[in-house]
Design a protein around this ligand. Structure first.
Ligand SMILES: CC(C)(COP(=O)(O)OP(=O)(O)OC[C@H]1O[C@@H](n2cnc3c(N)ncnc32)[C@H](O)[C@@H]1OP(=O)(O)O)[C@@H](O)C(=O)NCCC(=O)NCCS
Length: 241
């Protein structure tokens, strides 16, 4: 894995979870995570939380040999989970939406991941006007009627992945986190406050299911650009007790 970025995606539609697995995922949590899990009234949200934290611990265990239950996480200033212990160069980020859960891990690099559901109801024209650059808006407008929402959500997913990689809240003007996406792999075109100061990012997009998009952002400060690998995460990958 040494210089790879791994992006694993779990789909609730694939099933495969049994009672023993849920118990195991819960047993790996720290007390504050257990409280959070128990406070979810929405069972799907609780499941996504448990699976995401379980995926992170499983993937970190696979690359380091440290057991899933031995990882402690803490929260950064905007709520971004970080590894508190053991001491490790690895970092991770999580996202979940409508039954799709993504976990990205990287060694010595900032990493951010986002998942969006293509049928989400709140992707209105007004949101696009606020969040997108003039070039992005032009590109969205030039898409066929039935492709505009997906084009907008493609930009949105990339913007979220960037913000999550940087652990930022809404302190950045979203239209400055700009991309071109119609020429193959997404290209970051930072504008305004970000122009020329933040060009060290690599982005990739994937469509893990017909109604979901995943974007990952990772930094390229290290000499070699990382190899970004997307993979499916099946329930049986959670290690036995
Ligand atoms: C906090 C935030 C990242 C969560 O986003 P979301 O779409 O509600 O949820 P996601 O599924 O993408 O991500 C949730 C996961 O991100 C991680 N996370 C939380 N805060 C984070 C932060 N500040 N940075 C990076 N990752 C964060 C957590 O692992 C969380 O999973 P958890 O429930 O297991 O703890 C988001 O609300 C945010 O602040 N985004 C930036 C602000 C913004 O305006 N975004 C619009 C961009 S177009």
């Amino acid at each position: 894995m040494s210089d790879d970025v791994l992006v694993a995606v779990f789909s609730a539609d694939d099933g495969g979870m049994d009672a023993g697995m849920w118990t195991r995922l819960r047993s790996w949590l720290q007390p504050e995570e257990t409280t959070r899990a128990d406070n979810y009234k929405d069972m799907d949200a609780r499941a996504a939380f448990l699976i995401g934290r379980g995926m992170a611990r499983t993937m970190l265990a696979e690359v380091t040999g440290v057991a899933p239950g031995d990882w402690r996480f803490t929260e950064g200033p905007h709520g971004r989970p970080e590894i508190a212990s053991p001491d490790t160069p690895y970092r991770f980020n999580l996202a979940h939406s409508h039954g799709m859960i993504a976990c990205a891990i990287a060694r010595g690099r900032d990493i951010g991941v986002d998942v969006e559901y293509l049928d989400r109801p709140d992707s209105s024209h007004d949101v696009a006007q606020r969040a997108c650059s003039p070039d992005e808006l032009e590109d969205i407008a030039s898409a066929p009627d039935d492709g505009r929402k997906e084009r907008f959500l493609t930009y949105w997913t990339l913007k979220e992945a960037y913000l999550k990689a940087r652990g930022l809240g809404i302190s950045v003007h979203l239209a400055d986190v700009a991309f071109t996406v119609h020429t193959g792999e997404p290209v970051f075109v930072p504008r305004g406050s970000l122009a020329d100061v933040d060009t060290r990012w690599l982005f990739r997009l994937a469509q893990p299911g017909p109604r979901h998009l995943v974007a990952v952002a990772t930094d390229t400060r290290l000499a070699a650009a990382p190899n970004i690998r997307f993979q499916r995460f099946a329930a049986h990958r959670f290690p036995p007790a």
